[in-house]
Design a binder for this molecule. Sequence first.
Ligand code: FRU
Length: 346
Amino acid sequence: MRRGGFHIIGVLSTVLLIGGITACDNNQSDDARPAEPGATDKAASHDAGDRTASGDSAAPGRTFTVGMSQCNLGEPWRVQMNADIKKEADNHAEVRMVFKDAQNDTLKQRSHVEEFVSAGVDLIVISPKEAAPLTEPVAKAMDAGIPVIVLDRRVLGDRYTCFIGADNKLIGKAAGRWIVETLGSKGKVVELKGLMTSTPGQDRHAGFREGIQGSEIEIIFEADMKWLEPNARKEMESALARFDEFDLVYAHNDPGAHGAWLAARAAGREKDIKFVGIDALPHEGVMYVSQGILDAAFEYPTGGREAVQTALRILNAESVPKEITLGSRVFTKDNADTGGAPIGDQ
Ligand code: FRU
């Protein structure tokens, strides 16, 4: 339902939708992070399915309903993303956010997007669990004239309005290079991967392998822990049982690195092994680094603030880039208290 054609059924269903699901966003903290540094715009192109192409700009005094489909709220990073979105949306009286939590269930997330479309929301923000199964519902929203911002994990193809996220390949590569340098170019490493049907898992793996190329680093064990701390702990127990010695665990997120550390500590081996993770939330990864649990945490900004700002630009018929790439920083014991250091493609 296009904005110009917003009629009574759309209004009614939106009211019903909001009435039915506003409870979804009360699981949030206002402990939002400071502004993400180094945000850059890339590849300024405009999508044909974007309703701003209609030239249908906002009427004064109009409010917009933005549906946010979150793949889960079981992990601190996602709670932070929703908090960042809410914090920014609270600055804009014309935006009404409706949050849905798919509880890590792909089918549920597909239905959530379909529900947003039938309710006639003005724009959808989605942080998809997996790329392939969420591609079709997102394309259908675009077909219905609803712009879609894809946040953090990607869908396949280019049927969306704008993608916002950090460069996971670059982060994986920076982690690889940091590990090569820290281990003196050789050593035995365990890789605990994020869900490999999601794009950050694929990119953090590929980037890392590129980063260690030419060194004598050996990957002695790798497993898909699907982003989850308990899975990482279990996989690490297997790695510890199989190998008497290894030097470092590279986990695709901080909960994974922490799960591995817990397993190592239970085996009395945590002091013999280094741990590297990704996310670097102040109250998670950065805190672990300060406590000496992790040796490095690479920042993965949530993009929540940028998503709301970009949504407003789209809803006000401004053109937006197809891709907005966020910067990242690395935190180690030497710089954790002073805000970390930016990573680059050195
Ligand atoms: C949370 C999370 C983060 C990770 C991101 C990747 O669900 O696993 O820890 O950086 O998703 O999409």
